[in-house]
Design a protein around this ligand. Sequence first.
Ligand SMILES: Cc1cc2nc3c(=O)[nH]c(=O)nc-3n(C[C@H](O)[C@H](O)[C@H](O)COP(=O)(O)OP(=O)(O)OC[C@H]3O[C@@H](n4cnc5c(N)ncnc54)[C@H](O)[C@@H]3O)c2cc1C
Length: 440
Amino acid sequence: MTHYDLERVGDVLVPLDPHGTASSPKLPCQVDHPGGAYSRPSPTRGFPPGVRKIVDVSERTPVAGGEHCECVVIGAGILGLSAAWSLTRRGHEVVVLSAHEPGHALSGSKGSARIFRLSYPDPLYVAMALASQDRWQELERASDRELLHTTGQVSFGADLDALVAAMDAGGAPFEPLTAGETRARFPQMQITGPAVYEAASGVLRADACLDALLRTGGFSLRAPGGVRALEQMPQGGVRIAFHDGAAMSADVVLNCAGPGALSLVPELSAPVVAAASLQQVVYLSPLPAAAQQPPPIFIEWGEDMVYGLPVVGTTMMKLSHHTPGLAVDVSSIGLDDIERDDPALTDLLRAAAARLLPTFAAEPVATERCLYDNTVDTDFVIDRVGDIVIGCGTSGHGFKFGPLIGALLADLALGSTPSFDLARFSLGRSFLARGAGGSS
Ligand SMILES: Cc1cc2nc3c(=O)[nH]c(=O)nc-3n(C[C@H](O)[C@H](O)[C@H](O)COP(=O)(O)OP(=O)(O)OC[C@H]3O[C@@H](n4cnc5c(N)ncnc54)[C@H](O)[C@@H]3O)c2cc1C
């Protein structure tokens, strides 16, 4: 399990500051949850010019005996932490509640490596990836850490024309390669056809990204054992009920609870949300005699959408498939399920390794399962219903957009105009099965 430098006070996790000393608790209000109780003085930070607080906290009646906060984020994955980060940067008070610590085995954001790329066969996603790139750089500056390690990426296989057209339209730099150029350029790989090379693509150090958000976010993170339900209150605001019977309230809740997000709001059911799936990942080591110029990131577009990426700081490649794995019921999934490999998918990846990566041993040195939070069309859910903002349905390709989606969710929470038209990401959208969102 990933180690985070967090100090635990009761059930509150307090991030350490970048110099390694415990930062002062950042709770905006009194905690009256079993197991943790302390307070801090009222925040002194003012609101930047032009930022409107949509509701004055003092106008709201707290739930009897419960705590009332301005903004509560549910979920400490990349979406929840990014949304919290964006809200605190704009001067708002935020509490993040999460059933598990960041990087937990059941979280879709766990692990060390995620692909960042501009290449999508859809101009909207190309534009969003470009906007997200700027925001990753902002987080790198704020945290003084390299989070996106540029490696370049080669795409090959089916439908490259759509990829090229969308990148062209979106203004993303790329290089089309003939089959001969592809062979000469990437001798570490067995690619037989034409390809598209994208120099800006790289590996996001996923665990470091979560850590950077925690360290520089200025929000508090609590792990009180899980939210059971969210209820819109008649007078406005949201009541948050916990599994242990406790409750609190907030002016606005940003629900980023991954595949279980919609089940927290009983009146919301959206046909666009599909069953979560368990994906298979393998890690490969280079053959002892291999001269090591590690392969770049690759995506083989087509039926299984096998992809691979170097794991920064090691000689290993991470290999997986984008086609949905075994459909699962997230309400009953446990650590046992996530620790059990899928033999058929592991075989598929072994065969892909033997076919594509001649300088790596095809037998995995490690394996991993991970949950995809799916929608039917693979477009995300970024929407607001009443005082609940929903960010979920990332369909296996959401990490790279984390800071952008976080900012869009914060826009919805604060009533500001989002920088992208979010109609395509609404819960009530009409949809076609499996859209152009595409692989990791
Ligand atoms: C194997 C794999 C490879 C991937 N590769 C890539 C890639 O290369 N590039 C890319 O862009 N994307 C990739 N993705 C997708 C990306 O990782 C996800 O889209 C993203 O991490 C989802 O983040 P999230 O914050 O929505 O959800 P999560 O990370 O799952 O976070 C949800 C949070 O909600 C909390 N929670 C859940 N229920 C409750 C509750 N009732 N009460 C309180 N808290 C609750 C959980 O504890 C957790 O903290 C990959 C995903 C997988 C599984």
